[in-house]
Design a protein around this ligand. Sequence first.
Ligand code: 5GP
Length: 190
Amino acid sequence: MELLKQKITEQGVIVSDQVLKLDGLLNHQVDPKLTMEMGKEFAKRFGDAGVTRVVTVESSGIAVAFATAYELGVPLLFARRKKTLLAEPDMLCERVPSFTKGIVTDILVSREFISENDRVLFIDDIIANGDAARGLIKIIGRAGAELVGAGIVVEKCFQSGARAIRDQGIRLESLVRIASLDGGQITFAD
Ligand code: 5GP
C-alpha cells in the first residue's frame, strides 16, 4: 500500500534496528482515513474467504480490525490482555511474551463470542516474532473455529514471525513489508 509506505516514511521513528515507533498512525494516534483504507484493502484481499468474524488483540490492532470488520460486515472480537472482575472463569487464555513491554501477558477471549461455526480473520498492527499471532491462533483453534488467514499492517521481514506463520500453511497478508531498519533507515521489501 503506497499511501501507508509514505506515511510510515514521514512519521515512523526508528528506535533501534529492531523497533520502529509508529505512534503517529498506529500505536498511539489513529489516522481514521488511512485506517479505513487499510480495512478496505484487507476486506478486498480476504473478501472471498467467507469470514464470519474478525479477531485481534487489544489495543493497537483494534482500529484496523474494526475497519476490516466494518468492510466485511462481520463482528470484531478483540482479545483482552488482562482479566477483569467480569471475566468468566472458563475464558480461552494463552500466555504470550509482549514484544514492546518485555513481559509476559495473558490474552483472553470469551467462549461466548467464538465457536466452531466461525471462519476467523486475524488482524494485527505489526508482526515481529509472531508471539501475539501464535497465541491468538491457538485460541482460535481451541475454540474449534477455522482460521482463514492473518492480515498484518506492517510485517518486519527481518524477524521470524511472519515466516513461521506462513510455514504453518496459514495465509498471511501484509500491507507493508519492511526488510530492514539498519543504519537508521527504513528499507521496504517491495
Ligand atoms: P510479536 O508478538 O509478533 O513479537 O509482536 C507483535 C506486537 O508487538 C504487535 O502487536 C505490536 O504492537 C508490537 N510490536 C512489535 N514490533 C514492534 C515495533 O517495531 N514497533 C511497535 N511500535 N510495536 C511493535
